[in-house]
Design a protein around this ligand. Sequence first.
Ligand code: PLP
Length: 451
Amino acid sequence: MNIDQMTSPETLRHMVLDLRQMQTFIEDPLVIEKSDGVWYEDVHGRRILDGLSGIFVVTVGHNNRRVIEAMKKQLDTMAFAPPLHATNPRAIELVEKLTTVTPEDLNIIKLLSGGSEATEAAMKLARQYHKQTGNPNKYKVIARYQGYHGATMGALSATGTRRRKTMFEPVLPGFMHVHPPLCYHCPYEKSYPDCDVFCARTIEHLIESEGAETIAALILEPIGNTGGVITPPPEYLPKVRDICSRHNILLIFDEIITGFGRTGQMFAAHTFETTPDIMCMGKGMSSGYIPLAGIAFRESIGEAFFGRDEDEVEFSHGHTYGGNPVAAAAGLACLSEILERDLCGRAREMGAYLREHLETLKGLGIVGEIRGKGLLVGIEFKDPETGTSFDPDVKFGTQVGKTALKKGLLTRFDPHWIAFAPPLIITKEEIDLMMAIFLDSVTEVLKNVKG
Ligand SMILES: Cc1ncc(COP(=O)(O)O)c(C=O)c1O
């Protein structure tokens, strides 16, 4: 197919992209063909700096030869093994290597293929665990507003982002939501630190009102993405951990974005010094070379599922591509890259450098707050005239993000904020370039908005 055919509305109208209005998309489609390092190239040869690792995925960078060669070697040996009857050498090696990097005793691992599979599996594991340990009435799940845990029905029920779920309601019963620690727009109209993290304490109020004996799990992203890189104050997660432990509620960290070095440590659990009971992994686990995800959980939970056939306590869950040998080979190579090249340290160093750049934008009066950890950094905009958020109708962040994309920079954007999460291999020079395009875009949009 030639480029004209490929980018024509007649061809593209047959496709449905994620969360996109296709009529708008086909008017000015982006068709990406190649990638290398931190760069994409579209079918017209236009280069785009990947300031988002695709979508928080390509941790070790594009066109990583070690990962590609590992996958090729495995493809030449065996592409698929029957998950109902057997495992395979690469899956065994990956699980073993993962146990060396997961926090504390999160040493029991189920390999899966996508983030939604991982959050579904985590919540199902929590329910079955309680059934098998004498608490059959513990089935409810607490999650957070503005959280995102995936597109499938269970994951969506835990999701607290209205625009992604209202058109599918009613979703599943038994899911409740609390507000996340978004201090910049505190829904309780309190201010940190005088609030004594009321948003964490209020979870206990919910548990007491519902009855702890009915609640199986609490799921959250250590740093919330869809709400605008919501980064908790240091005492928030330890407090949530304590509440869950006291009420025998399993704490699930959705580390699908934050895992594998993104926050400057292997997992955000390390960054915030808080260990969940179950951890969901995806995205950076294979750096996007092939679908790969998983859950890691405590050995004590694993014991409840370990018995003889006649005990019927095995985890009653599985997916065809879980533990796929080619995916496992990619996962192993990615993890080796992260460890041997100290990409966690690099995320810390380059993240600090990126923040320095963003701090200089304060002179423009548009920086409300800079949030995040490592190479997951968000900037919340404010209107320089009012000192508060821009009128939502202005969609300032969206305008900046779209302008930046036209100028050759990919970011994650929303009416009020923009997030950066480039591959962890990014250099200072590439960050300089990224920030130059960003500044140019901010200046242009500001001029249009303010005249
Ligand atoms: C925090 C989080 N959890 C879960 C998911 C779902 O992952 P997937 O799209 O691979 O199903 C995503 C996807 O963006 C995510 O960001």
